[in-house]
Structure formats: structure tokens, C-alpha cells
Ligand binder design. Sequence first.
Ligand SMILES: [Zn+2]
Length: 382
Amino acid sequence: MSLPTPPDGPSSTGSGIEPAGPADVPAGAATGPVPASESVGAVGSPVLPGTESASATGSAAPVGVPVPAAEPQDGGLPETGAAPMAAARPRRTTVILGAALALTVIAAGLAAFWLSAQLSDSRDRITEQEQQIQDQQREIEEQREMIEQKQQFGAAMADLYATVDPLVGLPYATVVPWTQIEAFADRAWGHRRNPAALERDTGDVEAFTAGLADRVAVARTQAASNASGSPWEAALDDLGRGWVTTTFDETNRPCNMDVMACVSGAAPFIVHVSADTRDDPQLTDWIRTGVAYHEYAHVLQFTNPEPTASAVTAFGGDVETMADCYALTVLDGWSLEHEVPIDEYSYWEVSVGYGYTCNDEQKQVIRDWVDGLGVQLRPVGA
Ligand SMILES: [Zn+2]
């Protein structure tokens, strides 16, 4: 049902707020045309014109309550619906704006959370990368130190070999203790990832090389001298290549034994000679020389334990008959039995050694033994 259109012009407000006619005119009665400006001026309190249709509702529309807009019959704007329509729009907008604002806040929150998570993740990655870089730098530093230590150890071993090299062929194998040198190499291999231990190994090798070099220097000095001028020393200097020292025992009991001379395993390069052998009339220089050969055999036995252990079996394990056989084999014309003239009519029968003259087979054992003696170059770490 559409509301009736007022007969002409804008309807009166009839609200009593703005009297449009005489005071005695009843409210709602048409009092003539009212300026349009006055009609629309009653914003917020639209009052329907006093028509039948309006009366049919029982009362006029309450002030401020929006009334559905009337369809203007002439296509014009509704006269009283404008205000209520204008009041409804802000509410929808508010809801939309509120929702948009809420979504914006949520989106901003989510963005902030995402950004925070990203930043945290980035910080973690940076920390991890920094740690990796530090680890790599430490590794490089350790490797550099390792390389330096390995080079130093290699240089120390090269020095050791340079000191050993001129000794190769020297008939005293124990002068160069390969077991110890191999232990240096084995230990260094075990310490290949331990720079501090490797540094100590290098120091050990250097100390060993220095000790060996000292012994070589002392031997060379001794080789150039024959302090006593005795046939003992002459023979031992010749045989020993300067490594064997001759010392006279004034108690006439060298090594606490009743013998002309002896060698102790504790000091294998020293031949102890009874002092009374220097002027004993029963001895000749030839006998002294032969006995020096016998003693030198002991030097060889002590300084070449491995080949000696094998060779001595040909002598029933007796190192003395083996030493006698060495002199008999190496010193041409040597014999264990001698006749020492006293005068032109008499002589002493002098027997030296241990009473057994070795056979040709045993002499060959001696030759083979001698050929296998001495310092030999060994590869270490192979
Ligand atoms: Zn002996």
C-alpha cells in the first residue's frame, strides 16, 4: 500500500515544532503551502501527513523511527523516506569497515608473526653459518699446524737419515738402532692428528740424531790416535775403524777375570787389556795381535746380536771358540799354539785361546757372518 500523495506541494510537518499556520489550526490540517525548506528542515523528526492511511495505523509514526520509503508515483523522490534511508547506510559501512579493520589487524598480526618467524629463522641460519665458518677456520688452522709439524718431523727424519747414511756398512749394527728409529716413525704416525705430540716426536728424533752425530764425531777422533802405541791398540784401531777403545787394566784382572783381555756387553766398544801383557816375556807382538783379533770378535758379537745368534750355533753356542775361529779365519797365519823363544836353546810353549781350532766349515760360517754384519739401510714406515 502506498501512501497517498499530498494534494499539492510539500506536506505540512504537523509536528507542532515549527507552526506553519495559526495556532488554533488543528494539528495535521492543511494550512496551505509550506516552503520546501521548512518541510525538510524537520530532520530527525519526520511526521507523516495526517492522512487516512496514516490514521489507519492508529498513530503517527514515532519521531525518529524510520519509515519505509514510499514509492513516489510520479517518479520523484519520496518526501519522507529520504531521512530513514540516509540513517541505514552508515551502519552497513560501519560493519564493513569494522570487519575490514579487524581483518587488517589480523593480517597485520599474522604478517608481524610471519616476519618475526622469518627473522628468527634467519638469525638461526646466520648463527649456524657463523659457527660453520668458525669450525672451518679452526679446522684449517689445525691442518696448517699439522702440516707444519709433519714437515718438521719429516725434516728431522731426513736429518737422521743424513747422519745414518755414512754409517751404512759400518760393522756395528747396534750403532744405528733401527728398532728405535722405526718406533719414532710409528709413534709419529699415531700422532698424525696431534700436533703437540708430533712436536715432541720431532724433538725426540732431533735428540737421537744429535747423540748419534756425537758418537760418530768421537769415533772419528779416536780413529786418528794411537795413544799407547801398543800392538794391541794398533790392531784394534785398524780393525775397529776408530770405534774401539783400548784400555789397560792395572789390576791385571780385566772384567774381574784372570784373562789377558776382555770385552763387556755393557760397553762393547771398549777392550780391557791386562796391564802386565805389555811386558810379559811369554808374549810376542804377534800373540798380542792375534788376541786383539779374538777380542775384536767379541765387539762384533755384541754389536751384531741377530746374526751372531745364528752363527754361534755352529760353535755349539760357545762365543769363545767362535771368537778364536774369527782370529783363525781373518788373521792369516794365526794359530792358537805358539813357541816363544827364551834363548837360542829353549822356548816357551804358549797356548792362547780356548783350545779348539775350528775347521773349514766353521771358518766359512765366520766369513758369512762377517759379510752379514753391520749397519744396513732400512726403509722406515714402508
Ligand atoms: Zn774371549
